[in-house]
Design a protein around this ligand. Structure first.
Ligand code: C5P
Length: 400
């Protein structure tokens, strides 16, 4: 996930019950290092007080066009001049209608009309209001005008109805903002990612798996999306929520994963094999639950296909990136693996530190040598890895 550290954001609140969530959004943006200025409409002040947002942001909150606190008395222009983006969350049906038509009758709408920076809006309204023909037209108009629409989501509504129109959660809006600011290093590229463990059935209820959480693979998928790529994520069983913008293919065994990769690899520019694929499967799995007995049991294991080696061996392979989790002689074993599988790039990590954790440390091995990515959250490492992939991909794309 890209960085919003130092970004200057004008956070606009309009009248909707979701306004209380904007306090949390403000906190998240600040925790990420953004500099946030809050502006509220009169209607927003009916749902949450400016004092709350003022206390959280540590800055005066503006609600009025004629506020004399802005030096030039030109609040409607000045407040957005040095901003990197305006984010309106929640954006009511009324406010969306206003900006779709260029109306400017209060501070926030005037700031939107007078802005020089990008505008992102997170709609929040009752499902009938969201489905209303006029709202549909207004949203389409905003999209044509280059405004980014974040959400809405579907679910329970404050009015007791269920449907489309809920504002995205603060964390989702913060994620969308980070994605918005990420450099589009992989714009137009198609990226296929494998992630998570595989599960190899022994009988109807038992199987062989490993401790991979899928966190690194999902972070790579998200970072590639943020970099503008079209992403397919083939994942073994995990407890994670897939990035909504990725095409998600859920699989169980290594052989399922192989079949899914074969189905989706055509047209792929970059293949990132993060999955901890089981090396073996049970040669004769039982359809029934195996009964307990007092005798020793022998389990015969047969090797699984090496998915990455197969993709790298295609006549015109995509740019292939492997992962190697080693418990000893990290770089030596990883470099051997890279050469054996004929990979332009391999990310090596220590099993003890990487598996299941939120943070990791990577050593990237390529034809140019080694590059250490020091300990950081997996989301940050994924971003750095994607930047490295984009650089190598551009360098070698002429040769493919
Ligand atoms: O298991 P190994 O250490 O060989 O894994 C190295 C790389 O190969 C990883 O990127 C992994 O996703 C991939 N791999 C695979 N199919 C296998 C085994 C590993 O794609 N059967």
């Amino acid at each position: 996930m890209a960085d919003i550290k130092g970004k200057r954001i004008l956070l606009g609140l309009t009248g909707g019950i979701a306004a209380y969530k904007s306090a949390e959004l403000l906190r998240q943006l600040q925790q990420d290092g953004a500099d946030v200025q809050v502006v509220m409409t009169q209607a927003a002040c009916g749902f949450i007080t400016p004092a709350t947002l003022q206390a959280l942001s540590g800055k005066p909150v503006f609600t009025d066009m004629w506020d004399a606190r802005v030096a030039s008395n030109m609040a409607h222009i000045e407040l957005s001049r040095d901003k990197d983006a305006i984010v309106v969350a929640p954006a009511s049906a009324d406010f969306i209608a206003k900006i779709a038509h260029g109306l400017a009758d209060d501070l926030l709408s005037t700031l939107c009309v007078a802005r020089e920076c990008p505008l992102l809006v997170a709609p929040a309204m009752n499902r009938q209001m969201w489905e209303n023909a006029a709202t549909r037209r207004n949203i389409e108009q905003l999209q044509r005008d280059g405004v980014t629409i974040l959400g809405p989501a579907s679910g329970d509504q404050a009015c007791g109805e269920v449907g489309m129109g809920r504002m995205l959660e603060p964390e989702e809006i913060a994620d969308a903002l980070r994605a918005f600011f990420a450099p589009k290093l992989l714009a137009g590229r198609r990226v296929l990612v494998t992630a998570g463990p595989t599960f190899e059935a022994i009988d109807a209820v038992r199987g062989i798996t490993n401790l991979s959480s899928g966190k690194m693979g999902y972070a790579v998928a998200q970072a590639a999306l943020d970099a503008g790529a079209q992403v397919t994520l083939v994942s073994g069983p995990t407890a994670l929520k897939a990035p909504p913008a990725a095409k998600f293919v859920g699989v169980t065994s290594a052989r399922d994963m192989f079949a899914a990769v074969k189905r989706h690899v055509a047209g792929t520019d970059i293949f990132v094999s993060v999955a901890a694929v089981a090396d073996y499967h049970a040669a004769n799995p039982s359809r029934r639950k195996i009964k307990k007995s007092d005798r020793n049991v022998t389990l015969e294991l047969a090797p699984n296909p090496d998915i990455l080696a197969w993709v790298a061996g295609l006549p015109k392979p995509p740019f292939c990136v492997g992962f190697a989790a080693e418990s000893e002689k990290l770089e030596q074993y990883a470099e051997d693996k890279r050469r054996r599988k004929k990979l332009p790039l391999l990310a090596a990590n220590r099993v003890q530190e990487a598996v299941g954790a939120d943070e990791n440390e990577l050593v990237l091995l390529d034809d140019g040598g080694r590059h250490v990515l020091p300990r950081a959250p997996k989301s940050v490492l994924a971003q750095q890895l994607v930047a490295h992939i984009a650089k190598l991909y551009e360098r070698t794309s002429g040769k493919r």
